[in-house]
Design a protein around this ligand. Structure first.
Ligand SMILES: [Ca+2]
Ligand SMILES: [Ca+2]
Length: 371
């Protein structure tokens, strides 16, 4: 059986359109020598990596090819008189099969989606190279995983590179519109894809919404993150933002951000304990002002102001002027989300106000985002 070294140049578009894919490869026989002379090469595109599932073949074309020193350069489009290649196929997994003289090379090669109109150069090997070059890709047929050689080590690549792990990654990929995105928080790991709202404009964008109140009267000391968005997505983030939002249009009020606390990756700030305190640098989005303050979190009781007591079960997240604990000194317009742990209506005031000043409402819901 031949082994196959691929160097594929791929172009994709954001909208459905006929496209051309340039495919370059080097064909090597079992003894390691390059193929030469006339060979019939069949390229086909599939929605699955092998025939164990009866997935559809998307496209196929036959190329009588004069191979020189193993190198081939073929274009996948309708120029062979067949069907055109549709850019829309590449919103999902697409696999390329190469057959030489009626022998299909296995496994099929995953095609990487390259956002926008940029070119991606991928050199994919089906054996793990002993002396890889930076950027070299290796497909492990046993695990179905794809790895890239970066900084002297192999790193797993997402199975479908078009699905970002976070809104921050989507933003880095050039996405600038706020809205609901499909994320795969653990990449090639077993975790499934999840829909999440991304704020792509506030303070540079790239924010994944991990909590938003979906009612105006919680009575719980264990409010969770949105399903599928806790854990590594938060632990791997560097910043957390708290604000009030209108969930319909994503607009934010009272928005502040700060370095992500370590103890709230799986447990929300509302459920982190009866009272929990976190001191760091807090940035106010409205004027980009920064100062060192203390965040009070948890489901403990309180008086009229931020952090006046820590017994019983009431629930209060708010920002303090000082680092002292249990003294009422709410700071500025940071959200004061309160009474979520008892049966009275929840309150969405500012940290320097009496907690009863402003009730939560459908257009004013407490939210947490990370990036
Ligand atoms: Ca996954
Ligand atoms: Ca309540």
């Amino acid at each position: 059986m031949r082994t196959l070294l691929l160097a594929a140049l791929l172009i994709s578009n954001a909208v459905a359109a006929p496209i051309s894919l340039q495919h370059q490869a080097r064909l090597i026989d079992a003894a390691g020598g390059p193929l030469n002379g006339e060979h019939t090469i069949v390229l086909s595109l599939w929605t699955d990596s092998d025939d164990t599932e009866s997935r559809a073949q998307l496209w196929s074309a036959t190329y009588p090819t004069n191979v020189a020193d193993g190198y081939i350069g073929l274009v996948l489009d309708q120029s062979d008189g067949g069907d055109s290649v549709d850019s829309e196929w590449f919103s999902g997994d697409v696999w390329l099969q190469t057959a030489v003289d009626d022998v299909a090379l296995v496994p099929r090669s995953p095609i990487l989606d390259v956002p926008g109109t940029s070119l991606g150069v991928a050199s994919v090997s089906v054996v793990r190279p002993n002396t890889p070059a930076p950027g070299q890709l290796w497909f492990d047929r046993e695990t179905g995983g794809l790895e890239v050689f970066v900084d002297g080590d192999w790193t797993a690549v997402a199975r479908n590179a078009s699905i970002p792990a976070s809104c921050a990654q989507a933003r880095q990929n050039g996405q600038t519109s706020s809205g609901v995105y499909t994320l795969d928080p653990d990449g090639s790991g077993p975790g499934t894809n999840v829909s999440a709202y991304c704020d792509m404009t506030t303070a540079g964008g790239g924010w994944t919404r991990v909590f938003v109140a979906n009612q105006n009267n919680y009575s719980s000391s264990s409010l969770p993150y949105i399903a599928g968005l806790s854990g590594s997505l938060i632990a791997d983030s560097t910043e957390m933002m708290m604000a009030y939002t209108n969930p319909v249009n994503g607009s934010l009020a009272n928005a502040w951000y700060f370095p992500t606390p370590q103890n709230v990756s799986s447990t929300t700030p509302m459920a982190v304990g009866q009272c929990s305190y976190y001191t760091n640098s807090f940035t106010r989005v409205a004027d980009n002002s920064t100062s060192t303050r203390t965040l009070r979190m948890g489901w403990g009781s309180f008086g009229a102001s931020c952090d006046q007591g820590c017994t019983s079960t009431w629930g209060q997240v708010c920002l303090k002027q000082s680092t002292s604990q249990g003294t009422p000194d709410g700071f500025s317009d940071f959200p004061q989300f309160a009474t979520f742990a008892v049966g009275t209506s929840d309150h969405c005031s500012a940290s320097n106000q009496d907690y009863r000043t402003t009730s939560c409402a459908d257009s004013r819901r407490f939210t947490i985002l990370v990036r």
